[in-house]
Design a protein around this ligand. Structure first.
Ligand code: PGA
Length: 245
């Protein structure tokens, strides 16, 4: 079960000093019972990658990147740029980007294709709103997001898909019930094909990580707030690691 992913996105937090401290904390560990990854802000990518070193089992991801390789796109960074800074994964389509920064399914797809073109592992975030779930349309909505994200991606290219229902994310969120996560894992796997590992994200913490990691069809956890302290991240990785070992 070493294929079980446990990662954290730092979103818009951490100074360089804080990012390096976290990287030192995870870098100090040699044996991992899970596949660890961290997703720093763009400002800290190079520092974290340098601190970890190229042989580290801890993968580094970027939180977003533009679909073009270079050009006049003020404020953006490209996939080759984040790869140059040390990222080997690319988070794409987080609901905060979809909601606040106009990220559409079309753009998500362009970014997935750019990541694949440059050999980065896409970490595609999908998930429905509370309204969509209440109306009974969650499965169809999420399947559509997955199919749109993967359009034109050759079969067999590995991808990670994080199921992150919008109502489960952040300080006002509540984690999805394991049964709901299990149902959605089936929906996502069917829409994506066999190449995808399905992760769960949204209010994961030390108290619920093991229960969520046990959900059939779930191949990883993607954590925000509860893993921003390196000791907390390591505790969750260990708890899940005990389960999957
Ligand atoms: P959270 O964030 O764990 O803080 O709810 C999860 C996410 O946005 O991936």
């Amino acid at each position: 079960m070493t294929e079980f992913w446990v990662g954290t996105s730092w979103k818009m937090t951490k100074t360089l000093a804080q990012a390096r401290e976290f990287a030192r904390g995870v870098g100090a560990r040699a044996d991992w019972p899970v596949r660890p990854f961290v997703v720093p802000p763009a400002t800290a990518l190079a520092a974290v990658a340098a601190e970890l070193g190229p042989a580290s089992p801890v993968r580094v991801g970027a939180q977003d990147a533009h679909w073009e390789d270079a050009g006049a796109w003020t404020g953006e960074v490209s996939v080759p740029q984040v790869a140059d800074a040390g990222a080997t994964m690319l988070e794409i389509g987080h609901s905060e980007r979809r909601e606040y920064f106009g990220e559409t399914d079309e753009r998500v797809n362009l970014k997935v294709l750019a990541a694949v073109r440059h050999g980065l592992l896409p970490l595609i975030c999908v998930g429905e709103s509370a309204e969509v779930r209440r109306a009974g349309g969650a499965a169809e909505f999420v399947a559509d997001q997955v199919r749109a994200a993967l359009a034109g991606v050759p079969a067999g290219v590995p991808v990670l898909i994080a199921y992150e229902p919008i109502w489960a994310i952040g300080a006002t969120g509540r984690p999805a019930r394991p049964e709901a996560v299990a149902e959605m894992a089936v929906v996502i796997a069917a829409a994506a094909g066999t190449r995808a590992a399905v992760l769960y994200g949204g209010s994961v913490n030390l108290g619920n990580a093991v229960e969520l990691a046990r959900v059939p069809g779930i191949g990883g956890l993607f954590i925000g707030r509860a893993a921003w302290e390196v000791s907390d991240y390591l505790c969750i990785a260990d708890a899940v690691g005990d389960l999957v070992a």
